[in-house]
Design a protein around this ligand. Structure first.
Ligand SMILES: Cc1cc2nc3c(=O)[nH]c(=O)nc-3n(C[C@H](O)[C@H](O)[C@H](O)COP(=O)(O)O)c2cc1C
Length: 257
């Protein structure tokens, strides 16, 4: 038990030394491993590897200090569909259920946005401002989108246009992002996602490139509570959102906003 905690401390010591400004204030848990204790974790690991019978339990190390504090990462998710019976909204429920504890997911709604027109730039309407504020308040954005005619739905493109303007205030600039989507068809929104990636590149949003997630939605795959019937799909979605958490951490560590 102690050894596991020490190893965990050594795993996270990099995070303890490199802080990114916008999440540092919300540190609450395991990621602020003290540098000295993390080093002790490395030593402990080394001794157990090399000496075999060495007993780390004899070392009196304050576990509470090793547990330290941890980061909660806020993720805003945008659902590309406005449909009341959207299967992508159902997918979103599953992702929220399966997300790791350090991720705090909340929806960024796009349904109320008017159609973007650059004449609005001089005086943004409240809906546009609210969208930009919502994106500014999160550490990362997850896009969960259907495919319409081999592209993203107009509603999602409209939201991205709103958030990217007025010129010089692009909300996606350096905002870590990921893309997922579902459709009844076998390619599972692959074409829409590729097009979305091009848009996000232009908007300078760092993207998680792998795993890609093209989910074919079959009847009963995910119920209205977000419970996934198929174990392999559930594991895939859990791995996807776990990897996104790690990607956000890496992106914000090397590229503080
Ligand atoms: C206008 C329109 C275009 C569509 N085009 C595609 C498409 O290009 N590829 C695809 O796999 N499904 C396509 N579909 C089917 C959608 O995948 C399906 O309606 C899905 O349920 C939409 O996601 P949602 O339920 O989250 O709105 C299209 C549906 C509509 C309404």
């Amino acid at each position: 038990m102690l050894l596991a905690k020490l190893r965990r401390a050594s795993d996270v010591c990099l995070f303890g030394r490199r802080r990114w400004p916008n999440v540092a204030a919300r540190r609450r848990g395991r990621f602020r491993a003290h540098g000295v204790l993390a080093t002790a974790g490395h030593i402990c690991h080394h001794f157990t590897q090399t000496l075999g019978n060495w007993r780390p339990e004899r070392w009196r190390i304050p576990i509470t200090a090793i547990e330290g504090e941890f980061v909660t990462l806020k993720v805003g998710y945008i659902i590309g569909s406005l449909s009341a019976s959207s299967i992508n909204r159902t997918l979103a429920k599953a992702i929220v259920r399966l997300a790791p504890a350090e991720l705090d997911l909340e929806e960024i709604r796009i349904a109320e946005l008017p159609v973007y027109n650059r004449d609005f730039d001089a005086d943004y309407p409240p809906e546009g401002t609210a969208l930009k504020e919502a994106i500014a308040s999160v550490d990362a954005v997850l896009f969960i989108t259907p495919e319409y005619n081999r592209d993203i739905p107009g509603s999602l493109k409209n939201a991205i246009d709103w958030a990217s303007r007025p010129w010089g205030t692009n909300s996606f600039d350096r905002k870590p992002s990921a893309v997922i989507g579902t459709s009844p068809g076998k390619i599972g929104t692959a074409v829409a996602q590729q097009n979305l990636r091009g848009i996000l590149s232009y908007c300078n949003a760092p993207q998680m490139s792998a795993p890609e997630a093209y989910i074919q939605f079959t009847p009963g795959l995910i119920n209205d509570d977000g419970e996934v019937a198929d174990a392999s799909t559930e594991q895939f979605l859990r791995d996807f959102i776990d990897e996104f958490s790690r990607f956000i951490t890496r992106a914000l560590t090397v590229l503080p906003r």
